[in-house]
Write a protein that binds this ligand. Structure first.
Ligand SMILES: [Zn+2]
Length: 62
């Protein structure tokens, strides 16, 4: 999943002018703010996939 994890926007300035960095997999450079950052997949969340409990709460929410 290394090549497909491409960001669409710079997380720092929001610009779209991103290009792969030479510093390694998942590394990107923003041409707008001149920052380099790295994306890393940490794993799936332990809680799994859950639906909002609104329906099961019986209307007892704030
Ligand atoms: Zn940027």
């Amino acid at each position: 999943m290394s090549e497909r994890a491409a960001p669409f926007y710079c997380p720092y300035c929001g610009d779209e002018d991103l290009r792969p960095s030479e510093q390694g997999h998942g590394a990107w450079e923003c041409a707008a703010c001149n920052r380099a950052f790295q994306l890393k997949f940490l794993g799936l969340l332990a809680r799994g996939i859950q639906r909002p409990r609104r329906a099961a709460a019986g209307g007892n929410e704030i």
